[in-house]
Design a protein around this ligand. Structure first.
Ligand SMILES: Cc1cc2nc3c(=O)[nH]c(=O)nc-3n(C[C@H](O)[C@H](O)[C@H](O)COP(=O)(O)OP(=O)(O)OC[C@H]3O[C@@H](n4cnc5c(N)ncnc54)[C@H](O)[C@@H]3O)c2cc1C
Length: 385
């Protein structure tokens, strides 16, 4: 498809992507060679940290291969990653293990996001603007003006892609959405060294009846470290007055397996928290001249807590929609709505199904235990993946 670039003014972009996490970078990568003039703007200088479990799921890697035919070669040369081949889940002294068929990794987000962003700097049709926080987005005659917080500088564009994560400005300014605790998880994570009994290629997930359907994870990362963390539904946090940081340490104390593993470990840095917007509710994610992707569109898998898979998928699908908009010179909400429909088909419908099952299990923990007993069953394993 040949897209028509409509701008000549240097301050005017065809597309501005706000946020350079996996969603924004994937979208920019997928727009490469489209003939459109792109800017990707992030409030941080890269490399930057992002509170996360650092597990890059197989779906994310698969979609990145689809976006960029040269991704495999670059990934092979990226030495910070550790391959993930299996996951073990623990509940009430019962164990359930999964072997992954898709190529998956653990790598700190500082390294992974920088790996994606650095590649965009080599693209001649993409301006990578770092250290610029966007504070406002206002409608202009032919699209939007994106306003930088410190300098008040305006960046004009025909289309805006909101890729600025859970606390970004785009969803707030462009939609009427509010945080809903029933579809939001409170997460914390810390780095440790000296955790014993880990296998480099195996991630571990722990459940405890006290915190269901939340869970605790221990993911090995390069250099003999682990990323350990915990997530609990925010509605439960508020109802049961849970302090999530205290719950993290309590979880280790309550599990004989974790206690043993962490016995001689060293806490590195601080325990940090961040919210996870779940895809268990389908939200407004597009309109006239704009699209939202990744966490800005609330797309985290409600069962696995994996958000990077859908961040990359939504970035890819958003780029396809953007190309269609320019090719047909149609930037109307009705036309762009096709993006929501395709994304729902590819990811939303399944997340809805998973949410229903998860809610039932959370109400009846014996069902959860039963899943561990019959869990070696192929069908159940497939659902939990
Ligand atoms: C504790 C925790 C553990 C998690 N573990 C995993 C995991 O192991 N695997 C997994 O797949 N997912 C995990 N997730 C979810 C995952 O982190 C997100 O789904 C993913 O980061 C979404 O990518 P994104 O690009 O949409 O947003 P982000 O990665 O949040 O990127 C948004 C970008 O926008 C920038 N930005 C924000 N505001 C502005 C602004 N005003 N102006 C300019 N730039 C701005 C930010 O600096 C950032 O670079 C976890 C989340 C949490 C909180």
């Amino acid at each position: 498809m040949s897209a028509v670039a409509i701008s000549t003014n240097s301050d005017h972009y065809d597309v501005i992507i706000v946020g350079a996490g996996p969603a924004g970078c994937s979208c920019a990568m997928a727009l490469k060679n489209s003939g459109l003039r792109i800017a990707i703007i992030d409030k941080h200088q890269f490399p930057r940290d992002k509170v996360c479990g650092d597990a890059i799921p197989g779906r994310a890697i698969k979609f990145l291969h689809e976006i960029d035919p040269h991704f495999a070669a670059r990934l092979a040369a990226f030495t910070e990653k550790l391959p993930t081949r299996s996951t073990v889940c623990y509940y009430n002294n019962k164990k359930l293990d999964f072997t992954w068929t898709l190529e998956a990794y653990t790598v700190t987000r500082e390294h992974f996001d920088n790996f994606l962003f650095a590649h965009l700097k080599t693209s001649k049709d993409t301006d990578t603007l770092e250290g610029i926080a966007i504070s406002d987005i206002v409608r202009s005659e032919n699209g939007y003006s994106v306003i930088a917080k410190d300098s008040n500088k305006r960046y004009d564009c025909t289309m805006v892609i909101g890729a600025d994560g859970i606390n970004g400005v785009t969803a707030k300014k462009l939609t009427a959405r509010h945080m809903d605790r029933k579809h939001h998880v409170a997460g914390v994570r810390a780095y440790y060294s000296g955790v014993t009994g880990m296998e480099d290629t195996c991630t571990e997930v722990y459940f405890d009846r006290k915190y269901l359907p939340g869970y605790f994870w221990v993911f090995p990362i390069k250099g003999g470290m682990v990323n350990a963390g915990m997530g609990i539904l925010s509605d439960i946090v508020v109802r049961n007055k849970i302090n999530v940081k205290n719950a993290f340490y309590d979880f280790i104390e309550r599990s004989a397996v974790l206690k043993e593993k962490f016995k001689n470990s060293k806490h590195i840095g601080t325990l940090q928290g961040c919210g996870l917007p779940m895809g268990s509710r389908w939200v407004e994610m597009s309109g006239d001249h704009f699209l939202l992707v990744g966490d800005a569109a609330s797309l985290i898998d409600p069962v696995s807590g994996d958000g990077i898979g859908n961040a990359v998928l939504s970035g890819k699908l958003a780029a396809e929609q953007v190309k269609q908009c320019f090719a047909s010179n149609n930037f109307s909400a009705a036309f762009i709505k096709n993006y929501d429909r395709v994304l729902y088909k590819r990811a939303g419908a399944e997340m809805r199904r998973k949410t229903k099952v998860l809610k039932t299990m959370a109400r009846m923990p014996f069902l959860f235990e039963a899943a561990f007993i019959v869990g070696q069953n192929r069908v159940i394993k497939k659902f939990m993946k």
